[in-house]
Design a protein around this ligand. Structure first.
Ligand code: TYM
Length: 329
C-alpha cells in the first residue's frame, strides 16, 4: 500500500475549514492507503501555549480524529511528541534548508506579524519540521487544504536536494487537495480564510458548535446585494456558501446552483446551515461518547506511538547513515 501522512495543530478549536479541507478527506482516503495521522504538538509550541490547555487540546484533537471516522486499529493516530524521530530528522533537514527559502514562506510572514513579540527560531523553521513529519514515513500523499501547498512544495524541494546528494533516500510526496472545501472562507469576510484564531466568533463555524449556533452563524453570513445565486469569484460570500454545501454533500457547484434555482439568499443560508449540522452531528455525538472511554483511548495512544516509531526509525537510521553518523553497536 502507498503511504499517507497528515497532521493538525492542537491550537484552538477545529473549524469547519479543518474538517472540509482535511479531516473529511482523511477519512475518505483511509481505506486506500497506509495512513499516519499525527497531532502535531511540536508545531504548536512555536506560539506560546498554556501547558494544561495544550495537553487537553491535543487529547481532544486525537479523539476527534477517531470521532470523525478514522479507525485507530487501521490508521496510525498518534502524538508527534511521542515519536522522537520527528525532531531528530527535523534537525538534520535544517542543515539542508536555506534561510532564503524559509523567509519566503507566507505563513511565517503572517505569523511573525501576528506574534511580533515572539518571533522565535521554531516559527522560522516550522516548515522543516513539517517536511520531517512527511519524509519520515516515506509518504506518497499528503491530504491538506490549499493553505499548506507552499509547505508541501518546500518539503519536495528539501527531499529532492537531499536525494540529489545522497541518492534515493526519500519518497517525493504529492499534495492531495479535495474538489470542494479546500479553502473555506470566513463567514464574515469571505475573502479571508476561515481560521481557528479569528477573533470574530461569527466568522468561523467550530466543529463543536451546537445546532442553534451553526444555524445562526450561517444566517449572519456576509453575502452581497446581487440577489443571484451563482458560483463565481465576484460573489465570494455566495461562492463560499456553495463551496461549503458541496463539501458536505459531494455535489458539484453546478448541481448546487441548480438546487437553489429561483431561491433567495435566506433559503441558501438556511439550507447550508442544515447541511453542515447534519454533517457534524454524528461526529459530535461520537466525540462525546469517546470522551468517556478513557482506557480505550489511552491504549490507542500507546500502541500507535509504538507503531509510528517502528516506521520512523527505519528512515531515520537510513538518513543518519547517509550523512555519516557512526553506526550503533
Ligand atoms: P493546521 O492545523 O493549520 O490545519 C489543519 C488542516 O486543515 C486545513 N485547513 C483548511 N482547509 C480548508 N479551509 C480552511 N479554512 C482551512 N484551514 C485549515 C489545513 O490546510 C490543514 O490541512 N502545518 C500544518 C500541520 C502539519 C502538517 C504536517 C500537515 C504539520 N505537519 C505534515 C500535513 C503534513 C498546519 O498548521 O495545519
Amino acid at each position: 500500500k502507498k503511504i499517507l501522512f497528515s497532521g493538525m495543530q492542537a491550537t484552538g478549536t477545529l473549524t469547519l475549514g479543518n474538517y472540509l479541507g482535511a479531516l473529511q478527506n482523511w477519512v475518505t482516503l483511509s481505506d486506500e492507503y497506509e495512513c499516519f495521522y499525527s497531532v502535531v504538538d511540536l508545531h504548536s509550541i512555536t506560539v506560546r501555549q498554556e501547558p494544561s490547555e495544550l495537553r487537553k487540546r491535543a487529547r481532544n484533537l486525537l479523539t476527534l480524529y477517531i470521532a470523525a471516522g478514522l479507525d485507530p486499529e487501521k490508521n496510525c493516530i498518534y502524538y508527534q511528541s511521542h515519536v522522537s524521530g520527528h525532531s531528530e530528522l527535523a534537525w538534520i533537514l535544517n542543515c539542508y534548508t536555506y534561510m532564503g527559502e524559509l523567509s519566503r514562506m507566507t505563513q511565517y510572514k503572517d505569523k511573525s506579524k501576528k506574534h511580533a513579540d515572539n518571533i522565535n527560531a521554531g516559527l522560522f523553521t516550522y516548515p522543516v519540521l513539517m517536511a520531517a513529519d512527511i519524509l519520515l514515513f516515506q509518504t506518497d500523499v499528503v491530504p491538506v487544504g490549499i493553505d499548506q501547498i507552499q509547505h508541501l512544495e518546500i518539503t519536495r524541494d528539501i527531499a529532492q536536494r537531499f536525494n540529489g546528494i545522497y541518492g534515493d533516500v526519500f519518497t517525493i510526496p504529492e499534495a492531495y487537495i479535495g474538489k470542494s472545501g479546500a479553502k473555506v472562507m470566513s463567514l464574515q469576510e469571505p475573502t479571508k480564510k476561515m481560521s481557528k484564531s479569528d477573533e470574530n466568533v461569527n466568522a468561523s463555524v467550530y466543529l463543536m458548535d451546537d445546532v442553534d449556533t451553526i444555524i445562526r452563524k450561517f444566517k449572519r453570513a456576509v453575502t452581497d446585494s446581487e440577489a443571484n445565486i451563482a458560483y463565481r469569484d465576484e460573489q465570494p460570500g455566495i461562492k463560499n456558501l456553495i463551496d461549503i454545501y458541496c463539501g458536505c454533500t459531494k455535489k458539484t457547484p453546478e448541481e448546487a446552483v441548480k438546487d437553489f434555482e429561483g431561491k433567495g439568499y435566506g433559503d441558501l443560508k438556511a439550507a447550508v446551515g442544515e447541511t453542515v449540522v447534519s454533517r457534524l452531528k454524528p461526529v459530535q455525538e461520537r466525540f462525546n461518547e469517546l470522551c468517556s472511554e478513557k482506557s480505550y483511548i489511552d491504549g490507542i495512544i500507546k500502541s500507535n506511538a509504538e507503531k509510528a516509531n517502528h516506521y520512523a526509525i527505519k528512515t531515520l537510521r537510513k538518513v543518519q547513515r547517509k550523512v555519516g553518523f557512526p553506526d550503533r553497536a
